[in-house]
Design a protein around this ligand. Sequence first.
Ligand SMILES: NC(=O)CC[C@H](N)C(=O)O
Length: 372
Amino acid sequence: MERPRKKLVFENGRVFAGEGFGADADAVCEAVFNTSMVGYQEIFSDPSYCGQFVCMTYPLIGNYGLAADDYETKTPRIGGFIVREYNDSLSNFRAARTLSEVMEEHGIPGIAGPDTRAITRMLRSEGSMRALLTDADTPDAAALERLAGTPVPHDQVARVSCKKPWRCRTANARYSVVAVDCGVKHNIIRSLAARGCDVTVVPYDTPAKAVLAMEPDGLFLSNGPGDPRDVPEAAALVRALQGRLPIFGICLGHQLIALANGARTYQLKFGHRGGNHPVKNLLTGRIEITSQNHSFAVDPESLSRTGLTVTHQNLLDGTVEGLENTDKRLFSVQYHPESAPGPQDSAYLFDKFIASIEAFLTERGDRDAEAY
Ligand SMILES: NC(=O)CC[C@H](N)C(=O)O
């Protein structure tokens, strides 16, 4: 099939040529890179990539298609894909659709052909930056002007969060959990459901009173796109509910817990995105290989007097990867224990949340799980 000629123009003036796949549309996004060797479907459908171009360092993308059961959300919001080679000859018996056709359906453009290693090295040395994906014949000067004139969005969480509460029921449920949806990955909901949780997913700006009216046994704070400081509503919810319910946060949820307790977050030079980031659990001394996708991190200097202690640390750059306040039954991780894509080493964190809920129910004296 004849594919349109496209190019990527970066803020620093570098231009990379290639062929379009997915939607034949222009887009301006922040470009980041992901080093996972598998899992492009989960990356494609992870709402945390809303408004970002993901440059895949693995050189062959598309060859196992998309499987009906593997989406992280029904409405993919990734800004676009940058790949070395796009391949549409599906080789997986589970494949239902091609990546390109589903990208087209959702208006998401892609470019195949650029030297993705060169782009990655550029982002590593100069830091994440924005780019315009456009037709090959757009003049570079006009492209740079468009880039400079496009404002950075601050409403990504509002774009990906559900608009009304919805419930994921599980057979023989033992716990009821409210999940604050800042762009929740469905594998998180599956991971909670697999441990006996009925999960009510609520919009990111749900007031604390409305959450309490649902009488949950625990509160979960999801991953999500953008700068955590753009969602003060969700941080306020944590402030109002911490100490009243067991709380578990992942990625953006972890950052929101830090902000709610007076800590600071900052933007990393090029972020962590991949399926093999080593993290040390400081409580056990064990090392976990983790799946990651984030640009921001919690400033360890800002943690004194917050009541939060660091439980996990990244072994590549020493950044904070986990926080806890046992008095408030509150803990969080910067990485992805639901690990899609990625290793399973950190799945124990969901069990830790269940243990925290169990202890809470027992202490409250109204442990009625046997009645279920
Ligand atoms: N996966 C996430 O939740 C990402 C959190 C946040 N948007 C960041 O980039 O740091």
